[in-house]
Every structure is written in structure tokens, then in C-alpha cells.
Design a protein around this ligand. Sequence first.
Ligand code: ATP
Ligand code: MG
Length: 393
Amino acid sequence: MYKAFLLKYGEIGVKGKNRHLFEDALVRDIERVLRRVEGDFKVSKESGRIFAVAGSDFDYDEAIGALSKVFGLVWICPVVQIEDKGFKDLSANVIEYIDKAYPDKNFTFKVDARRARKDYELNSMQINEELGHDLLERFPEMKVDVHDPDVLISVEVRNMINIYSKAIRGPGGMPTGTAGSAMLLLSGGIDSPVAGYMIAKRGVKISAVYFHAPPYTSERAKQKVVDLARIVSSYCGEIELNIIDFTEIQLEIYKQCPHDEMTIIMRRVMMRIAQELADESGCMGLITGESIGQVASQTMHGLYCTNAVCKMPVYRPLIAFDKQDIVSMAEKIGTYETSIQPFEDCCTIFVAKHPVTKPRLNVIEKHEKALEKVLDDMVAKAIENVEKVICDG
Ligand code: ATP
Ligand code: MG
């Protein structure tokens, strides 16, 4: 029945001279997801609205599924589009639409007409009245309720006339890249993919870095991270994943530093490397999945010590989330099943039995001095040998 979608976006950030940038980015994102759906869609903008019109048959659920992943969309409305052949024809089409869309006619309704061009033969009020009248005549079971209707029947008179009454919620947020870019520290865990999703939803283009420690962490663990990046990219578009071989650095820390400080020191080196990669690729910040108190290294003291090496903003969208809430989000966005696959990530292998929960920065810095001579070279080498994988789900 539907050949087109009317796509509505929110008002935030779309005012003024940036509006067209926002809209163009949104159109690109919509085109990107629809390219994977059969249907040969044409996407266009028309005064505050975006339309995706199918050029051939398509799978309705698949198209809705794809559009539901586009950040910036607030409502996805399947529409019936007709040419203007006079009001009689419009009325007949609305009646046919209602008949097909609602087999059971026991509901209240209101017609909400809008004229985007003033040369239409009736004005909005007249369209409302005439259509209401025609519908009641044809379907006496239906009743009008102008205050709280079960079904709001919208008719928008534009180049084409659009008839719709159903709306599926989009994810909201901002189109990809409209807010700049950031480097996500992506492990194989539950948290960091959710953190990446949340920041990406605000219009941030994501790059990612994974610290891999072969042979202590397996190829499967690495593949899991690639898979996670791919799932996140199915929302926000292509993610360049930087895979850093961290083994040498980790072994050196293990050799030179107190084991109960291992995680914090490792995390500090990760942040350093992530920042260099971020700088190289024009990212304006880092993103982690850290959450206060979740593990020993994420106490306020731990976060303080980790953060002390960071020169750029670190975005921690999960900082105040309980684990269960993070799990629910991971399930919703589809990363959970992949995250819980049982492949060790590098931290779990070198983790001490009793890590410090209240590390002191001056103590950590003192112990890091043991690494001083070799660390710069090791970091430079790790960055030089980075493996880059383009993830595009
Ligand atoms: P996650 O579920 O995201 O792995 P976590 O609860 O396991 O989080 P930690 O392992 O303490 O927490 O890691 C805290 C954050 O540090 C992660 O959310 C992630 O952003 C980053 N991180 C940890 N390990 C790695 C890694 N091997 N590669 C990239 N980033 C990592
Ligand atoms: Mg982890």
C-alpha cells in the first residue's frame, strides 16, 4: 500500500543558517541505510520535511528497520502519495486508504489537513470538514473526536498530496558528523559499544581504537571487536577501527610496575595512544565506557589517575549508569549478544587479584618512571604498526 515515507526530524539544531547542513547530512544518512534495502528509493527534502519514495517494490518491515537506525529522525510516517486530481479524487483515495489500513472501523478520528501551497481548491479547514464528512458517510462506525482521536488522519498538500496516519518513532539525536568526531576506546565488553552509540547519536562521527594483546588475546576476541564496531556503524555509518598491538607494552608494565597498579597504568597508556590517534584523525575527544564504581579501576580515584594523562575531553556517557541499564541499552541496540561472547579482552589476563581501588597519582607517576626509557619508543612503534579496519555495517 505504501510507496513512500515522510520523515520528520526534531527542531533542535536545525534553526538558522546551519539548517541545510543538518538536512543534507540527514538525507545522506537516510540514503546510506536505504541503499541496503531493495526498493530503489529516492530521498529528497521539501520545506522542513524529508521524503523517501520507492521506485520499485520493497519490504516494508526492512525499510522501517533501516530508517529506525537513522540518528536525527523523530518520526517515520508511511505515506500514500497521490497527484492532485481535484478534491473528489483525494477524498476517494483517503477512503480507500482508511479502508485498507484499518479493517476494524470502530475508532475515533480527526482529519488534520495542511496546505503547503495555497493554490489548492480548498483551504485546510475546508479539507478537514469535507473529508470528515465523506469518511463518516462511508464508514458510519467511525466517530469524530477532535480532542483525543484514536487516529489522526493527516493530509499534506504539497507537490504531491500525502495521506498518512501512522508514525513510527525514530531514534532522535543528530545526523552523523554534524557535531564533529571522536575516538572511541572500544573493547569487547558490554559498555564501550553502548558509549559509542550514545555519543554517535548526538551527531558525532566515530573512529575507534582497540588494544589487542596477542597471543594473550585471541583472533576471536579481535573479531568480536570488529563485529561490535560493525553493529555500531550500522547506526552511524563507517567506523575506522584502529587495532593496536599492545602486548609488548603490557608485558613491560607487568615486568616493571606493581601488579596492583597494572590496570591503571595500562589505562593511562591506552589513553595516551588513543589521544595520538585522535589527533591524527582530527577527533576532538575520546569516548570510553567507564562508569563510576563499576570495577576497581573506575573508582573516583581510578578515574582521576586515568584522566590525568588526557589533554582532550573524555566523554563518558555511561558514567552514572547502573550495569543493568547499560545491559538493557546493549540489548536494544543489538550489541549485547556479541559482547557476551566469551573471549578474553586484554585487561582480564593481566588483571591483579587485588587491584588498587584508591590509587594516588603521585605514586602511579613514580612507578611509571620505571617505564620512562622505553615507553615513548614502544608507543611510537605501536602506533606505527597500527592495523586499520573499516567497519561498515
Ligand atoms: P567494557 O564493557 O566497555 O569493556 P568494562 O566494564 O569492561 O568496559 P574496563 O575493562 O575497566 O571496563 O574498561 C573501561 C573502558 O576502557 C572501556 O569501556 C573501554 O572504553 C576502555 N577499554 C578497556 N579495555 C580496552 C581495550 N582492550 N581496547 C580499547 N579500549 C579498552
Ligand atoms: Mg572491558
